[in-house]
Design a protein around this ligand. Sequence first.
Ligand code: HPA
Length: 234
Amino acid sequence: MTIHIGAAPGEIAETVLMPGDPYRARWAAETFLTDAKLVNEVRGMLGFTGTYKGERVTIQGSGMGMPSLSIYANELISDYNAQTLIRIGSCGGMQPHVAVRDVVLAMSATTITSPSSVIFRDINFAPTASYDLLAAAVEAAKAKGVKTHVGSIYSSDVFYAERPDLDEQMVRHGILGVEMEAAELYTLAARHGRRALAVLTVSDHLQTGEALPSEDREKTFGDMVEIALDAAFA
Ligand code: HPA
């Protein structure tokens, strides 16, 4: 047990998928895992452990934003020995060729600030995905026929942005999409020698204003979960 995770020692797998939304953790566990068991419900941030093709997996909600994700990722790494942490979440599309429903595999994640910024001082650290997971996710997406983009994303601290000029610079520099968690996950994984990746579904688009209708979300998010699971055990 930790401050924020009620699971007993051994109840968390070495491979952890992390959706922002705890209800999506429940849905993914019930849909894709065998014998999924609830292992955490502290603060309603649900976590489940089960098996996928015989391999143990935990699906633990991270909450929204880097400070929340940082709490769960730190405890999963330091107290439960999580070795592979894969964010499964949504992002806002930032390029014309990145469409709603597409999958984005985040090779790197740019930030303005993150919970780790304070330790880097004047260094602009480049939070980067684990290459073996990234390469395996590319193959898994190909095998499923899912339209996928690989590149850089922007991990923002705000959903309701007041600085349109910042988005403009991201777009100019080829950033594929915006979300709020990956950069800190990559930084923590680097610090502790663990593997990390973010597999994201484009849920809305900043330039076109298009948003994924709620009835389409399950199928599209399902592709993302399977890509993450196949990449974890490739
Ligand atoms: N901004 C930040 N995070 C997001 C967005 C967005 O537009 N869409 C999905 N996650």
